[in-house]
Design a protein around this ligand. Structure first.
Ligand SMILES: Nc1ncnc2c1ncn2[C@@H]1O[C@H](COP(=O)(O)OP(=O)(O)OP(=O)(O)O)[C@@H](O)[C@H]1O
Ligand SMILES: [Mg+2]
Length: 400
């Protein structure tokens, strides 16, 4: 199937809105950008099949992927402040309007940012089916997995990046986890602020530590569950199909609460963490931050076939491992939800040899994902050209 980007308002796209049935895959059917990065205005419609964006360096391919990622929860695939996303010569804000086949059936999703209307660094506005909603609510409708070049250092970089990688999966598997994740984050910042304010009130600390214990154990348990499920899926896939083109990952979670949870029930681990926080208060005061808890956990990844830590593998091996992991994430979400998430892959094709590239396209078609892939060379995508929608991106303009 070829793309049919045409001048059409997302609202005019053919719909069977409101049927409420979860589809077998999520896909964008119409997208309209206004003043988003280098797009003054762009609109097009799509089918459910994979989308390939081809264009020169700097044409706007990654920007388009970023816009699509903002239809889901979170800060978008580059995690940049929203003010940066507004077009430099534009009105100051941006809007993204889409029609999406979501977990709840077809729905209109709009999101945008107007500087000055919200606190610095704060949220974007979100409208779902015409109603104002929180950014987190997008998770009830749309999930995506993504791989971008900035993630090349995932295995060698700070643990925070790996935690984020894992927590995105946690949220995709259970959007309600945004509540404990948000609560933990807030309580920890407040506790750290108490140290900075030289506050000694026992009651204040106990209140926050209670929240940290409850939310922290919920987070650690959800992470353990996600890692267990991902491991089971990786093992099953290997048993069914043998060693594939992408090396399998062996995963482990490293963290105080995660380890405790393998030894005793969650309620007891909450008590353990409460005691850790209380006894560590003066040590934390000296450091002005909380030195133990799930905000410091790490996801350890081993390259299965080599039985070597991912961080010690070659850059090509790491890339293949990461791609396998991202595809496994999509597979897991699909297996558990019955709905395949959007798969956003920036610049992956160029870094794979031909056999692996064809294997990637095969995996995407097997998954049935609306995968969005970018590249500067159209030729690289010829094996999937018949089954994909190929869009040419040229200086913020999109055409077939
Ligand atoms: N807020 C903004 N306003 C206007 N232009 C912007 C803004 N933010 C980024 N750009 C520009 O958008 C252009 C396209 O960026 P993008 O990252 O999408 O390119 P790309 O097609 O992915 O290129 P590459 O192949 O090099 O990855 C860049 O020239 C960038 O400077
Ligand atoms: Mg790019």
């Amino acid at each position: 199937m070829r793309a049919s980007p045409r001048e059409q308002d997302p609202a005019d796209a053919p719909t069977d809105k409101g049927h409420g049935l979860a589809p077998d895959r999520l896909f964008v059917t119409a997208l309209k950008l206004t003043d988003f990065r280098n797009y003054a205005s762009a609109r097009f419609t799509l089918q459910a099949s994979p989308v390939v964006l081809v264009g020169d360096n700097g044409s706007g391919k990654t920007n388009l992927l970023e816009a699509v990622s903002l239809l889901g929860p979170g800060h978008g695939l580059r995690g940049r402040p929203y003010g940066e996303l507004a077009r430099k010569d534009g009105q100051g804000g941006f809007t993204i309007a889409a029609t999406v086949m979501s977990r709840q059936g077809e729905v209109d999703i709009g999101t945008g940012f107007l500087p000055g209307t919200r606190e610095e660094g704060a949220g974007r506005s979100v409208r779902i089916a015409g109603k104002d909603q929180s950014t987190g609510a997008l998770g009830d409708y749309l999930q995506h997995v993504f791989l971008i070049p900035a993630m090349d250092g995932l295995f060698t970089g700070p643990a925070s990046e790996r935690r984020r990688f894992l927590d995105r999966l946690v949220l995709a598997l259970d959007p309600k986890m945004r509540t404990p994740l948000g609560r933990y984050d807030r309580a920890m910042r407040q506790r750290n602020r108490l140290f900075q304010m030289r506050e000694f009130s026992r009651a204040l600390f106990e209140g926050l530590e209670e929240q940290l214990a409850e939310a922290g154990v919920a987070i650690a348990a959800a992470r353990l569950d996600a890692v267990e499920r991902l491991t089971a899926l990786i093992d099953e896939t290997r048993a069914a199909r043998g060693q594939g083109p992408f090396p399998h990952a062996v995963l482990a979670l490293h963290g105080t609460l995660e380890t405790e949870l393998t030894m005793r029930p969650a309620t007891e681990v909450e008590d353990v963490f409460r005691v850790i926080l209380e006894t560590g208060r003066e040590r934390d005061r000296a450091a002005s931050r909380t030195l133990e808890g799930p905000h410091l956990s790490d996801l350890l990844v081993v390259h299965g076939p080599k039985n070597a830590p991912a961080a010690q593998c070659s850059s090509g091996e790491q890339k293949a491992l990461l791609l396998g992991l991202v595809l496994a994430k999509a597979d897991l979400i699909k297996a558990l939800e019955g709905t395949c998430p959007l798969v956003l892959l920036d610049e992956v094709a160029a870094h794979l040899d031909q056999a692996r590239r064809e294997a990637l396209f095969g995996e995407i078609l097997r998954l049935g994902a609306q995968a969005w892939m970018t590249g500067t060379d159209r030729e690289l995508f010829s094996p999937i050209a018949q089954d994909a929608q190929i869009l040419a991106v040229n200086r913020g303009n999109i055409s077939t």
